[in-house]
Design a protein around this ligand. Structure first.
Ligand code: SF4
Length: 439
């Protein structure tokens, strides 16, 4: 039996795509390799959202040369967002002749056929589709966990934020039909899944392209909440599309987790306009206040870009101000990374990198203080966790997440197993985690 190994870079959409790739391979007779050296097929599923992800990919492809030399029959493949870009494909073709297969984001369902073609013709295959085409339902999925599952509800993005490459490599927004999503969720529940996460580049614009119905994301959430599912999460939301109806549906249904990831990107209205984000500092703050009032237990997290071209000290201070006022539970913070082909990459950027790094450090320091303060508010309380099993960082404890998506560590007992919902008393707060004891 042939063996495969997939290395995944980037976001949860990519992680879930790799679950589909694994499903397709296992249906074609492959089994997972215990190590990359043992694999007959090595796939790199790539991300192009930031420059350093790209650089890491080229390092990884280079490292695979010796494995190809050891076994020339081994197939090396590159797929995902980077492979959707013509410049990247050319670079791979010219610099890394040991790569056998390159395919983009729109034709991953074709993997079994492409592998057969390479084996039959004993030649390289570069197959990148320019347009997104239809949605393929019913593809096999090799899920990594039995009790949590990702469910893609839509593909692509229409927003064209000026710094972002995603709409160019993932195509326009395409929503799956509600029946197909509900069928998938029902099957997952029947198989023992307790928590689902609905995925899309901009989940709260779900349904806008479904011409035959007025079905929107709030309605989809309502329908899923009527099923026997313990927890529902979703990501990622765009503030401009977060409707009152959606906030109300969240408030009305406790199984929709009390966590909302609401990317801010910048707290300066001037920079937000340059980013093409369609909200202002004031309207974002108003939205955050509305959510906190309607759903008092909500934990808000965010993404922030520091050093967007032309960002001044005053712009950055607006970001600090908003971070302070919203009081996020956590934030992913990044220094702006120019993506060739996006409008922002054309904007003059006079701010030196050391200034950007200093701003990033100030932001991280502020956010860490707020995160710790938020976590301390949990000490002494009881919270329900979905038990994940042994902690990745400390094998002596187990971990799980509560509805606010807080990572909680506790000593295991024979009473619980991964996938159980258990009550934990919080005993200690750290910046990124909570400690507790099982009741
Ligand atoms: S909403 Fe903006 S940042 Fe998010 S994927 Fe779409 S274009 Fe990129």
């Amino acid at each position: 039996m042939k063996k495969y190994h997939i290395t995944t870079f980037g976001c949860q959409m990519n992680v879930h795509d790799s679950e589909v790739l694994a499903g397709l391979l296992e249906k074609s007779g492959y089994s997972p390799a215990a190590s990359i050296e043992e694999a007959d097929l090595i796939l790199l599923n790539t991300c192009c959202v930031r420059e350093n992800a790209e650089n890491r990919l080229y390092g990884n492809i280079g490292n695979l040369k010796s494995l190809k030399e050891q076994n020339p029959d081994r197939i090396i493949g590159v797929c995902g967002c980077m492979a959707q870009q013509a410049t990247v494909v050319e670079k791979i073709r010219e610099t890394y002749p040991h790569v056998d297969l390159v395919f983009g984001t729109h034709n991953l369902h074709e993997l079994p056929r492409m592998l057969k073609q390479i084996e039959a013709e004993r030649s390289q295959l570069y197959e990148i589709w320019d347009s997104e085409g239809e949605i393929y339902e019913g593809l096999p999925v090799k899920r990594t966990e039995p009790f949590r599952a990702w469910v893609t509800i839509m593909y692509g993005c229409d927003n064209f934020c000026s710094y972002c490459i995603v709409p160019y490599v993932r195509g326009r927004e395409r929503s799956r039909g509600p029946e197909a999503i509900l069928t998938e969720v029902k099957e997952l529940i029947a198989s023992g899944v307790k928590e689902i996460t609905l995925l899309g580049q901009n989940v709260n614009s779900y349904g806008r392209d479904l011409q035959e119905s007025n079905f929107n994301f709030a309605e989809l959430l309502k329908e899923i909440s009527a099923l026997d599912i313990k927890r529902i999460r979703f990501q990622t939301s765009h503030p401009k599309d977060l409707s009152d109806e959606l906030i109300q549906v969240m408030a009305d249904h406790p199984q929709i987790c009390r966590h909302l990831h609401l990317p801010l990107q910048s707290g300066s209205s001037r920079i937000l306009k340059l980013m093409n984000r369609h909200y202002t500092k004031e309207s974002y703050l108003e939205l955050a206040e509305k959510i906190k009032t309607k759903i008092p237990a909500i934990a808000l997290t965010t993404d922030i870009i520091v050093g967007f071209p032309g960002e001044t000290e005053a712009d950055f201070e607006d970001t600090l101000d908003l971070v302070q006022k919203v009081g996020y539970d956590g934030a992913f913070t990044f220094i702006y990374s120019p993506r060739p082909g996006t409008p922002a990459a054309q904007i003059e950027d006079p701010t030196p990198m050391d200034v950007k790094k200093a701003r990033l450090n100030r932001l991280i320091e502020l956010q860490n203080r707020i995160s710790l303060q938020k976590n301390r508010a949990f000490v002494g309380s009881l919270t329900e966790v979905l038990v994940e099993g042994v902690s990745e960082k400390n094998p002596e404890v187990w971990s799980g997440r509560n509805t606010q998506n807080k990572l909680i560590h506790f000593k295991p007992t024979s009473k619980v197993k991964p996938g159980d919902l258990a009550i934990v008393r919080i005993t200690e707060a750290r910046t990124f985690t909570l400690e507790g004891e099982l009741l």
